[in-house]
Every structure is written in C-alpha cells, then in structure tokens.
Design a protein around this ligand. Structure first.
Ligand code: PRP
Length: 186
C-alpha cells in the first residue's frame, strides 16, 4: 500500500481538499497582490507547520516579495500560562521599515501570533499583517488579535496535513484532515 494511503487511514475525515486549498490560496495571493501594490512585503514563514502554505502562497503573489523564516517554541505549559514564546531560530534579515506579512498554518489560542506581532512591531516594522491558512476561533484566548487574512475557519478538531502535524507526521498529506482520536489517544 502506498505510504499516503496508509496515512489517510488515520483520518476520521478529510476536512478541506487540496482543490479547495489551491483555490483559496490563489484568491489570497491575488488579494495580497492588490493590497500591497507598489510595495515589497517581507513574507515570514513560521516554521514548521506553515512551510507548505508559505511555498504555495508566495508563488501566487505577483509582487517582488522577500522571504524569511522563524522558528518558535511549540506548545508547552510555560507558553500557555505566560504567553511568552521562545524564539528558536530568528529572522536572518532586519525588518526595520518593512511591510511584514506573518504566514502561519493555524491560529489557535493566538498566543504565538500575538507575541510575534508585538515583537516585530517593537523591531520597527512599518506594518504587520497576519495570513493564516486555518483559524480555530473557538480556541482563542487572546481576544484582541486581528487575523487579517484567513483561508478557512475550522471547528475545534485535531487537524493534520498540508503542513500540519501530529508528532511530526502527516505534514506531507495534500489535503487537510481530522485525525482519528484513536491515533492521538494512544
Ligand atoms: C502551531 C502553529 C502556530 C501555533 C498556533 O505550531 O503553527 O505556530 O501552534 O497556536 P497558538 O495560536 O495557540 O499560539 P506548533 O507548535 O504545532 O509547531 P509546528 O508549526 O512546528 O508544527
């Protein structure tokens, strides 16, 4: 059996198909192209979940964008309680005076993006907008976080695929699916 077919067996269902994703990402690329006409935004990919979305999205933006990458600490009790996010890999380039677009796979509590947003504003970015593939609004604890671009609003389910993982797996699935509880409850 093919590897991906085996991974699909671990899904309860497919939530968003690759065709739906592709259409939305194209639309978002066009919107960003229009919104940033005449500008050269810096696209920042928040590793690792956003890489697939990031690579598709940047190719749908018809502007001279630049790309940079940042890795931050993952879910942990300290992060949840303090709202402080640890930077594991910082940007390679200065963002002073730049128009920044933070690209994320999913907004959950909002802690990660809220923290990154204020950190990058503090470094002197001219503007910061957030582009998220998925928004799980039911899980939000940061109430005043503005997510400027969202491809899909999703329910509070454990989703994997198109960059999103469980235990580092499933990132390579082309669709976004809901993981069967028997997998993460093991
Ligand atoms: C996910 C996602 C965001 C963060 C969102 O990353 O990519 O960075 O969690 O959650 P929040 O809104 O509650 O802060 P994860 O820790 O799963 O790491 P990964 O991207 O490397 O998979």
């Amino acid at each position: 059996m093919e590897q991906n077919a085996r991974l699909y067996q671990d899904l309860e269902k497919v939530l968003v198909t690759k065709e739906e994703i592709s259409l939305k990402v194209k639309e978002l690329g066009q919107k960003i192209t229009a919104d940033y006409a005449g500008k050269e935004p810096v696209l920042i990919c928040i590793l690792k979940g956003a890489v697939v979305f990031f690579s598709d999205l940047m190719r749908e933006i018809d502007l001279p964008v630049t790309a940079d990458f940042m890795a931050i600490s993952s879910y942990g009790s300290a992060t949840k309680t303090s709202g402080v996010v640890r930077v594991l890999k910082d940007l390679d380039h200065d963002i002073l005076g730049k128009d920044v677009i933070l690209v994320e796979d999913i907004v959950d509590t909002g802690i990660t993006l809220s923290y990154l947003r204020s950190m990058l504003l503090h470094r002197g970015a001219a503007s910061i907008r957030i582009a998220a593939l998925l928004d799980k609004a039911a899980r939000r604890t940061v109430k005043d976080l503005q997510v400027d671009y969202v491809c899909f609003d999703i329910p509070d389910a454990f989703v994997v695929g198109y960059g999103l993982d469980f235990d580092q797996r499933y990132r390579n699935l082309p669709d976004i699916g809901v993981l069967a509880p028997r997998i993460y409850e093991k």
